[in-house]
Write a protein that binds this ligand. Structure first.
Ligand SMILES: C[S@@+](CC[C@H](N)C(=O)[O-])C[C@H]1O[C@@H](n2cnc3c(N)ncnc32)[C@H](O)[C@@H]1O
Length: 350
């Protein structure tokens, strides 16, 4: 069959955009870590002025600014010879608390790219690459990537979508946040529900230490505690167990679900938050699915394959596969409580 030159042209055009995005990702991380975006937010600047403001070398900053302007990540006033951030660029590139902030996403994804040779080896052997085998930028980037979304949705929309849960938290409940990472979700909940007690568990010790430090800084006292434990052996009995973006990373999701059932008090609820996905591959062939499937290839599936069972549900498992996990674990109640463009939220009870 003859090649259609227009389709080749279309493909190459798309790949040119993608190549710019791929190499530009490292520039975003540099701009974030060296304070270049924050420096530019102070006001329009030439490369000399921005270098002066940020204590960086002008020749590098000049090239970085031009690349960023070509990407549309900063703006350029050619007449004045100065670069600046629009309000919208500043929101996405300097406001850590905004749901539109993209810095954590770039930090975690560039980190995953740096670890990709380990994953490439694993393609050959079928072995896993554990969460703990990644760089600290993945852990911090994930926290920064997810926290604004939890801030925007968790207390105002996800908790109220679960039957009777807000009332119990307001009255004083015990809560476990399993696979808590740096504890962003735990701390948001603890601040919102001062009569409740929270325990965060994660198998990754450095993440548990970071979470403990965050809780200390937030002044939450002994209402919040973080410990190293796996999803299959964390201690205690709870009114609410929460898993945020982590069940699919686990080797044995059914085993974890069985343990959740055992750890719930009578009338207790499990809130399961997973990445947004349709059930079929073809439902997820869109820009978000591209990000999730890629992260799943480099991070989530290898993490699951590094643990016992190695179910590797993947970050695009979808509702039907989650329901199967819950059925196998003996849960009878499973409901999609709510969703956002990025997440599915399930309410699960025995
Ligand atoms: C994508 S991160 C999500 C972290 C956190 N829940 C958040 O939303 O920011 C997945 C987390 O699951 C944890 N994890 C993976 N397998 C686990 C297991 N079997 N038991 C406990 N935690 C686990 C990892 O250490 C990691 O912190």
């Amino acid at each position: 069959m003859a090649i259609d030159p227009d389709k080749v042209h279309e493909f190459v055009n798309k790949a040119v955009g993608d190549l710019g995005a791929a190499i530009g990702a490292a520039l975003v991380v540099i701009g974030d870590k060296l304070g270049l975006y924050r420096g530019l937010k102070e006001g329009p600047a030439t490369s000399e002025e921005l270098a002066e403001r940020t204590g960086t070398a002008e020749r590098y900053v000049r090239e970085w600014l031009a690349a960023q302007a070509a990407a549309g990540y900063v703006s350029y006033d050619a007449e004045a010879g100065r670069y600046f951030l629009t309000e919208e660029q500043a929101e996405c590139l300097t406001n850590e608390e905004s749901p539109a902030c993209v810095l954590g996403g770039f930090q975690s994804m560039v980190s995953a790219v740096r670890t990709s040779p380990k994953v490439m080896d694993a393609f050959r052997t079928g072995k896993g690459v554990g969460w703990h085998e990644h760089e600290p930028d993945l852990f911090l980037g994930t926290e920064r990537f997810f926290r604004p979304g939890y801030n925007a949705n968790l207390v105002s929309s996800w908790i109220p979508s679960l039957e009777g849960v807000r009332e119990r938290l307001e009255a004083g409940a015990t809560v476990a946040d399993v696979g808590c990472g740096h504890g962003a979700s735990t701390i948001i909940l603890a601040k919102a529900f001062p009569k409740s007690k929270f325990r965060g568990f994660d198998y990754h010790r450095p993440s548990v230490e970071a979470a403990s430090e965050r809780a200390r800084q937030a002044g939450l006292g002994d209402r919040v505690r973080f410990d190293v434990a796996s999803a299959k052996d964390y201690p205690g009995e709870y009114d609410l167990v929460a898993f945020f973006d982590c069940l699919h990373d686990m080797g044995d999701p059914v085993g974890a679900a069985v343990h959740v059932r055992e750890s719930l008090k009578p009338e207790g609820t499990w809130m399961l938050v997973e990445p947004f996905a349709g059930d079929r591959v073809e439902d997820n062939l869109n820009p978000l699915g591209r990000i999730f499937y890629s992260a799943s290839t480099l991070i989530c599936c290898p993490a699951s394959l590094s643990q016992e069972v190695g179910a590797a549900l993947g970050a695009q498992a979808g509702e039907t596969r989650m329901r199967e996990v819950m059925n196998r674990a003996g849960f009878r109640h499973f409901r999609r409580a709510t969703e956002t463009p990025f997440n599915l939220v399930f309410e699960i009870r025995p």
